[in-house]
Design a protein around this ligand. Structure first.
Ligand SMILES: N[C@H](CCC[C@H](N)C(=O)O)C(=O)O
Length: 242
């Protein structure tokens, strides 16, 4: 099969399109495997939809299906546009709800689904920005992978440490379903922005830098999160899945 490899600020994905919706958990594990597969944080499958430009399936590298993926939504929008599956401005359906995205060259902006604050967990706060994210505002170097992994399992959530420096937001994320720190996590950056904003550390817009150091922009408009940054189609390849 022919698949495309994308990097969205360092969060990387295998993407292909298909007519049939079926359980793709096993193929996600095969394709995302960094030794024997293409290698990626997640798999995105673009499917036809009656009402929206398309529907997608999103799988983490461990084969678990997730409700949403912020960086993946930007990569999927670019893939759909360049493969003439959707116009520049599109709407597509995820488990979390309908995502609006706009492609402008290699820059893609996504509007996330409505976010919710779930609860406080000590100095952490649990948000839903399409998927669950625990956030702590602290020195970015206080990120500890073992602590993050423990919290991930205790709360079945992604875990983020965020810091505001010189008006910019820096975020490190342990991603559920990748079971490691990733180079960027879109819904995690957005949850971190919400917490920093709530603490008066940022306004309604911010420049954000994930572990990869690639620059992204987040804004809150009419109480909806917009998330913009570069995506790169790094290569296209055929892969023998049998
Ligand atoms: N691993 C996440 C889904 C992908 C989120 C992340 N890659 C993003 O860009 O939002 C989860 O299972 O909750």
């Amino acid at each position: 099969m022919v698949v495309s490899k994308y990097s969205a600020s360092g969060n990387d994905f295998v993407i292909f399109h298909a007519f049939l919706k079926k359980d793709r958990s096993e193929i996600a594990k095969i394709l995302c495997d960094r030794q024997n597969g293409v290698g990626a944080d997640g798999l995105i499958v673009i499917l036809p939809h009656e009402q929206y430009d398309f529907e997608w399936q999103f799988y983490n590298a461990d084969g678990s299906e997730a409700e949403m993926c912020g960086n993946g939504s930007r990569a999927a929008a670019h893939y759909a546009y360049v493969n003439e599956l959707a116009p520049k401005k599109m709407q597509f359906l995820t488990i979390a709800g309908v995502i609006e995205a706009e492609v402008d060259g290699d820059i893609v902006e996504s509007q996330l689904t409505e976010h919710k604050i779930i609860k406080e967990v000590g100095e952490w706060k649990l948000f839903d920005t399409g998927v669950p994210h625990l956030v702590k505002i602290d020195d970015i170097n206080s990120f500890n992978i073992e602590e993050a992994r423990k919290l991930r399992y205790e709360h079945n959530a992604n875990v983020n440490v965020a810091e505001v420096k010189d008006g910019n937001l820096y975020v490190r994320t342990y991603e559920r379903g990748v079971e490691d720190e990733t180079l960027a996590c879109g819904t995690g950056m957005c949850a971190s922005f919400l917490f920093a904003r709530e603490q008066g550390l940022v306004g309604n817009e911010v420049t954000v830098y994930p572990k990869s150091g690639e620059e992204l922009h987040i804004k809150l408009k009419n109480n909806r999160l917009y998330f913009k940054g570069k995506v790169k189609n790094t290569f296209i390849t055929t892969f023998n899945v049998t």
